[in-house]
Design a binder for this molecule. Sequence first.
Ligand code: GAP
Length: 481
Amino acid sequence: MSTKQDNNFQTIISHAKEYGFVFPSSEIYDGLSAVYDYGPYGSELKKNIRNYWWKSMTQLHDNIVGLDAAIFMHPTTWKASGHVDNFSDPMIDNKDSKKRYRVDHLIEGFAEKLESKGKKEEADALVEEMNQLLAKEDFAALKTLIETNKIGCEVSGTCNWTDIRQFNLMFSTEIGSVADATNTLYLRPETAQGIFVNFLNVQKSARMKVPFGIAQTGKAFRNEIVARQFIFRMREFEQMEMQFFVRPGTELDWFEKWKEERLAWHRSLGIAPEKERFLPHIKLAHYANAAVDIEFEFPFGFKELEGIHSRTDYDLRRHQEFSGKKMMYFDPEINQSYIPYVIETSIGLDRMFLAILSSAYEEQELKKEDGTSDSRTVLHISPKISPVKLAIFPLTKKDGLPEIGKELMEDCKTAFRCYYEEKDAIGKRYRRQDAIGTPFCVTIDHQTKEDNTVTVRHRDSMTQERIPMSEVKKMVLGAIL
Ligand code: GAP
């Protein structure tokens, strides 16, 4: 990350804390690494993104239904899914500082430093060699690569490294009171498996016909080793996943369709096209026959925001094998039974939150009519998901203006989130709402008492217009639906 990128990112993190979006978890105890809490406006924004995704998947698709599976699952689930054996990253420990690193992050961090010193070719060659060795799982050669490049620990500064070992990313715990291996439970590292094991329950109970999808949102847990990018990489996070079950042989068409559909969803929230790109996976996971990431340009560069994967029949087939229960679907249109193929769309809710926050954040210099200048910090969040939709300001605390404002508040608050405030100058109140992304502010003044009109101030353009108070609710509803 360049210094400028780092500064921008730090500014957004500070803003998120100051305005009640995101706090470090258990901060009074100095926080817990890679775990965060969402504050008053953050929890609203997060809920709104989740609801928007849920609605776009279930309500707007006749052939997608929802599920809310438990976080704990039978331990065999994770054997069948491959997570017990394969969900691990190669790690290396520094013997002096005892600090543990993900090997790819350690080498990439060093390559970034080379690049910032103008040695781009050297950096690219190093990353290329690392990728080849990782693909071959040649850990001895990877350790040699670290040693010959004299890649040191950021804490101790030494190159005194252990051997490289695989480190499973699942958190485990025990069920019941007796701790033995058979009682080991895992906190789910993805929500997808809850969908796969319930495939037939859902298909039969909701009378679904292939092609159809199952959508789910919920917490997932990964013991990430390098967790340094705010809510980008967390140990406890939330996923929004949809598994779409299709007839074998049709999966690549559906894969293309879902790529386009997901990109359109991102656009519908106002994310600029140049801020996102597709990154096709060159090296596919053993169960996939196509995969692509939607990358977003975070303040620290383009990184994965969402994955779209053609997972073949791998998961259902493995659950059939491990459970001994049939995972077949009888397709009445072709009179055949088969295990459906699956297209998965999987997006991190917290990453989407960060994408929204960082693309919405702007510090603006404003020229005033008298020639002086002013500034404001504004979040250009789509009204569909902004934490507060409407702020209501009586111009003064007297002359019956607060009563009118409260009446409007009562009328609107059952339909959407409103905020009422009487304190401070109007300009100051506008700034506070800009900083949390409220799209509309309404001021009630003495003219309101005469003709029942109010001044609406629009967040992005800062333009103001006078409209009948009876139109306010309709105007906001028009913008958020
Ligand atoms: N079921 C497929 C799956 O879990 P993944 O690429 O490992 O695939 C999907 O994760 C999405 O979950 C990612 O694109 C990312 O948005 C989010 N995600 C993964 N690990 C995360 C973490 N440690 N912190 C926050 N979000 C994460």
